[in-house]
Ligand binder design. Structure first.
Ligand code: SF4
Ligand code: SF4
Length: 404
């Protein structure tokens, strides 16, 4: 396939948390608000004069100092963030909006705060840690509204004078929805027999929407969508099987590249936040306060394994099954950031259920924060691809002999 015109541009933006567009928006006087989890509604961090930055730790190498402050058993994502924070990589942020959901990330942010990493020379900088409910009922919505109003919106208003009115929230939702429509439309092409976009390319585009000021990338995203509409895929398919990837957030598109280099084309991703969930439009009514509707949307759309009510667990299995059908996948790869408690039990249970009850070939892996160089992962993916391919050939033979 011909290279996407802006791919290198988007890839470059992912090489640094404080990338060119973040610097441009800061120079225009905008506030950069960092966050690390789907449960911090991204749309609230994109009110007028603000932009959200999903925190990543590109080019992470050693995590020794962070491991000293935390421990070996904390997930590598949280340690990588602390290490990079200590090196001064997130000094551009004006606030870090955390959620009190996982011990590893709590410790990461607590250490940032205790070490005064972010707040030097910034009297208005703040950390916040909101408690987000475990379920999606209306009591949970009310609780989450209270937390986000008091700990995020009011703080933004008091510290920086940010407009938190209903009109401002509606405007932020409208802009958010435009990004969602673009990513969804691009993602729809992955349902085709021979998709004109790879999983790697899609992941790069989606990650850019989480890590860059959206108003600065939207034109190039629109252009990319138009390009994909007429892009001609390679005549000879480059993949051997198609997979849906499910698991912790993948900050490193090279992990998707590794899967694809070994024959598994990634046609849908179901990470903590990415496209499913994360790029579904927020549909507002005119009757209720906007914040309440936003909170309900996030609680109902989360696929977080922390939500352990039986109907939510069942929903997650059914949702993955639906993605496999909609995107014509041959299998699933469940992946988990090493030492992540939530995903360790979700991955173990779900990979068993998807393969034994839903009868979908499933590979289950845990992986480091940066996984590209892992020879072990490569071998496991190759073996999985071969296995699924053999099953497909056998199934086809059986079908042919039944038809004769
Ligand atoms: S597992 Fe849940 S709490 Fe952890 S990052 Fe994902 S969405 Fe957030
Ligand atoms: S990957 Fe797991 S342990 Fe790490 S921050 Fe996310 S939820 Fe917490």
């Amino acid at each position: 396939m011909k290279d996407l015109k802006h791919l290198i541009y988007f890839e470059k933006l992912l090489e640094d948390a404080n990338n060119d567009l973040v610097r441009q928006a800061k120079a225009e006087g905008k506030l950069a608000l960092g966050y690390t989890c789907f449960h911090m509604p991204e749309v609230l961090l994109n009110l007028p004069n603000c932009f959200s930055v999903r925190l990543r730790a590109p080019n992470t190498g050693s995590m020794e100092v962070a491991t000293y402050y935390m421990c070996n058993g904390s997930c590598e994502y949280s340690r990588a963030l602390l290490e990079r924070a200590m090196e001064g990589n997130y000094k551009f942020l004006d606030a870090i909006c955390g959620v009190d959901l996982c011990e590893a990330m709590n410790r990461c942010m607590e250490n940032m705060e205790l070490l005064h990493i972010q707040d030097e020379n910034k009297d208005k900088f703040f950390y916040t840690n909101t408690d987000v409910a475990y379920s999606d009922d209306e009591d949970s919505v009310v609780h989450t509204v209270e937390q986000l109003q008091r700990k995020v919106l009011n703080k933004l208003h008091e510290n920086y004078g940010v407009d938190i009115s209903e009109a401002a929230l509606r405007k932020a939702v409208a802009e958010h929805n435009e990004i969602c429509r673009l990513i969804t439309e691009i993602g729809e092409f992955r349902k085709l027999e021979n998709p004109p976009i790879t999983g790697y390319e899609f992941h790069v585009l989606t990650l850019a929407t989480y890590t860059c000021p959206k108003y600065l990338i939207i034109d190039k995203l629109r252009e990319t969508l138009e390009e994909i509409k007429t892009r001609v895929p390679d005549e000879k398919k480059k993949y051997r099987i198609k997979v849906v990837v499910v698991g912790s957030e993948i900050d490193d598109p090279d992990l998707i590249k590794l899967m694809e280099e070994n024959g598994a084309l990634v046609v849908a991703d179901r990470f903590c936040y990415g496209s499913f969930p994360g790029r579904q439009e927020i549909i507002l009514n005119d009757e209720e306060p906007v914040l309440k509707q936003i909170c309900r949307h996030y609680l109902q759309h989360t696929e977080c394994p922390r939500h352990c009510a039986p109907h939510r667990v069942q929903h997650r299995y059914d949702f993955v099954n639906q993605l496999v059908k909609d995107f014509h996948a041959d299998g699933i790869i469940y992946e988990q950031m090493k030492f992540c408690t939530y995903w360790s039990y979700e991955r173990t249970l779900a990979s068993y259920i998807m393969s034994n009850e839903y009868k979908i070939p499933t590979l289950s892996i845990d992986r480091p924060y940066r996984a590209r160089s892992s020879g072990q992962l490569r071998t496991r993916i190759q073996a999985f691809v071969e296995n699924v391919e053999i099953k497909k050939i056998k199934a086809k033979r059986e079908q042919n002999s039944e038809e004769k």
